[in-house]
Write a protein that binds this ligand. Sequence first.
Ligand code: TMP
Ligand code: ZN
Length: 390
Amino acid sequence: MKYTEVESCRVCGGNDFSDRLDLGEQPPANAFSMTPFEIPKLPLRLMQCGDCGLVQIGHVADCSELFSRYSFLTSSSSRMAAHFASLMQQATSRHVPYGGLVVEIGSNDGTALASITRRDVRKLGVDPAQNIAAVARERGIETRVEFFCEESAGAIIREHGQASLIVACNVLGHIHEVSSVIAGVDLLLTPGGAFVFEVPYVCEMVTNTEFDTIYHEHLSYFGIGPLARLLEKHGLRLSKIEPQDVHGGTIRCTATRNGNACDLSTWIQREREMDWSGFASRSNGIRHNLHEWLVDLADEGMTVCGYGAPAKGTVMLNYCGIGEDLLPFVVDSTPLKQSSRVPGTGQLILSPDAITGMPLDAILILAWNHAGEIAAKEPGRSFATPQQFE
Ligand code: TMP
Ligand code: ZN
C-alpha cells in the first residue's frame, strides 16, 4: 500500500512535531481479509504539531484504497443510531427553515438522514464508499458517492442550492485535505446556516488510554484549539461545544458564520495539559497485562473469544501481539466482516450466533465503546475490556 510521510501540519503548515506514541508497523485496521498475514504493514506513529497543537499520525496511506469499500454500518449499533437520530432532531429544529436542505458528509448507510422525521426537509448524503452508499439508496436516501470537497460543494449547489445544515460525524479526522472540506462547507452553507460535526475528543483519548483509536484511517485527533484555527481560516466560528458519551468521549461542535463564539479557554487549557508520558506508559501497561492475562487463561485451558471486530480491535490485537493461540476467534454482527479475518493477527470473524449456548470463560470486548449494548446481548457471561488492564 502506498503512503506518504507527513512533513507539514494540515491545519497550520508547521513542521515542528513531537513524537507522542509509536505503535510500530501495523496493517490497515479495516483490511479484513481471508489472507490476513499477507496484508502489508505501514508505520503507525502519533505526533503533535508544536505550533497549533494538532495531534496527528506521521504517515498517510492512500485513502482511495481505504474508503472505497468500507465495512462499518452505522445501523449495526442501535445506540449509535439513536445518538444520530437525536443529533438530527436537535440540529434540524435549531437550524433548518421550512424546505431547507440538510447535507451529511460521510453519510454511511443513511441511518442519520433517514431518522429526520420532518417531511419538508430535503436530505442529501455524501459518502465515498460505493457498497455502503448503495445501502443508503435502497432505503431512499439520495447519496453522492464521492469525497466531499470544494468541487462537490459547487456541484451540490448547482443541483440543490445551498444547505441550511451540514452534518459530519467522525469524518474530519479521516481527511488529509481537511481544509478543502471546510472550504466546501463554507461554500455550501447558507449565510445563516450551521455546520454541526462530531469528533472524538483528543483529551478523552489520552485520559482514558484509548490508544486503539489510533489507526491509519484516523489522520487527525482533534482538540478545540486546532479546530478553531481551521474553521477560522474559512470564516467559521465555534458557537457551541457539547460533550457526548459515545466513541470513548466525543465533542459535538456547532460552527456558524455569525453566531457568538463560545468560550474556548477552558478547553484549550485542558489540551495544553495533556499527560503524554502517562498515556504512553499506560498504553504499554495494557499491552503487557492484557497479553499476560490471555496467556494465563490459555495455560489454565480456559476458553475466551473477542466481541466486536472494529478497527480498534485490530490495533489492540496487533499492538499487544495477540494471535489465534491466545484469542482463537472474534464475533461481530456486521455481515460484511463475517467469514473474513482480523488483519495481521488472523482471528476468524464469526456471527454472534456462533457463541449462542457455547460455554466461554471470558469475553474480551474489543468494541468497548459498545460494551453496555454487547453485555445486554450476552447475559450471564464474564466480560473484560482492554482498558481495565492498564
Ligand atoms: P465501532 O467501534 O467502530 O462503532 O465498531 C463496532 C463494531 O462492533 C462493529 O463492527 C459492529 C460490532 N458490534 C457488534 O458486533 N455487536 C454489537 O452489539 C455492537 C453494538 C457492535
Ligand atoms: Zn499545526
